[in-house]
Design a protein around this ligand. Structure first.
Ligand SMILES: [Zn+2]
Length: 306
């Protein structure tokens, strides 16, 4: 399904997926997972028959902590250059912890500055393989997709996930305008011929028009009913915290969830009559009912792959 020069490494939901490129000028990787799992990142690349020391270039799709956490280690091992969109590079240089959600979720992040900066809608040569960048604001205002025209391969980051899903739209940080941006980005992406799409999380997408049509319907529901958007955000942020800190007890999880601004912000949107603590209890009950978490010795453990 994928051309031989492109390898998709699907990871769990705490780490971004990775894409390995084997081109005429060596090997490159797109996105590198979370800092906390940087050794696993290196192992996964080695398991694909690529020595991490030989990587020539690292490209990232956006600045969230789960997409560039392996950059420091991989660069140390290989001397690879690091490329990213101009906005991400600017945010890294300042650094813009708030816009990168580092403050929002209390996430560990190790920022390595850009060696190469890409513009949107730019033709790009990654280790001898031609790509085109596409601006995909919404989930992350700085995000870029990478499109390989000959093989019609779309690396779409968190703008489109399988099942018509999308990375959370964090209106608390970026405002409600990102709903319009996300929709415009999906429409722009749909204008490309795509044989296979490789998202930032979850599995590959082959029915590009079908899955993106489902996503457009989801975005329309978010617009019509902000509670749906808020529920989408809180479920994913809570699962992210679970994956980060598991095994974790209810009291500690509650403390962590209430320490960041997101739960207090979104809880009234989800259900105005319930407090943030009550919402959290409901969310955990729902996770348990759906088999997404289990309890071990009184501690929550996620059933979702980290
Ligand atoms: Zn992201």
């Amino acid at each position: 399904m994928l051309p031989p020069e492109i390898t998709f490494i699907q990871r769990g939901w705490f780490n971004s997926n990775m894409v390995l490129l084997r081109g005429p000028r060596g090997t490159a990787v797109i996105d590198t997972g979370h800092l906390l799992d940087q050794n696993q990142t290196v192992d996964l690349i080695r398991q694909q028959g690529v020595e991490p020391e030989t990587i020539r270039h690292i490209a990232i799709t956006h600045g969230h902590s789960d997409h560039h956490g392996g950059n420091r280690l991989l660069k140390q091992l290989s001397g690879a250059t690091i490329g990213m969109g101009a906005t991400t590079a600017a945010w890294f240089a300042r650094p813009e912890h708030g816009l990168l959600w580092a403050d929002h979720l209390g996430q560990e992040m190790d920022i390595v500055p850009a060696d190469v900066v890409y513009q949107p809608e730019q033709r790009l040569d990654l280790v001898g393989i031609p790509f085109q960048t596409i601006a995909i604001p919404g989930h992350a205002p700085d995000a870029l997709a990478y499109y390989q025209p000959d093989t019609q391969t779309m690396i779409c980051a968190d703008a489109v996930w399988a099942g018509g899903d999308v990375g959370v739209l964090n209106t608390a940080v970026h405002g409600w305008g990102i709903l319009d941006e996300a929709e415009a980005a999906v429409r722009r992406l749909r204008s490309y011929e795509v044989a296979v799409a490789l998202p930032g999380h979850g599995g590959v997408i082959t029915d590009w028009q079908g899955e993106t049509a489902v996503l457009l319907e989801r975005l329309a529901r978010f617009r019509a009913q902000p509670a749906q958007l808020a529920n989408h955000v809180v479920r994913r942020f809570l699962m992210y915290i679970l994956l980060r800190y598991q095994p974790i007890g209810r009291a500690e999880l509650t403390e962590l969830a209430l320490a960041g601004p997101w739960l207090r912000h979104y809880a009234p949107l989800c259900a105005p009559e319930r407090t943030a603590e009550q919402l959290l209890t409901t969310l955990l009950d729902t996770f348990a009912e759906r088999g997404l978490i289990r309890t071990e010795n009184g501690l929550f453990v996620s059933q979702i792959k980290r």
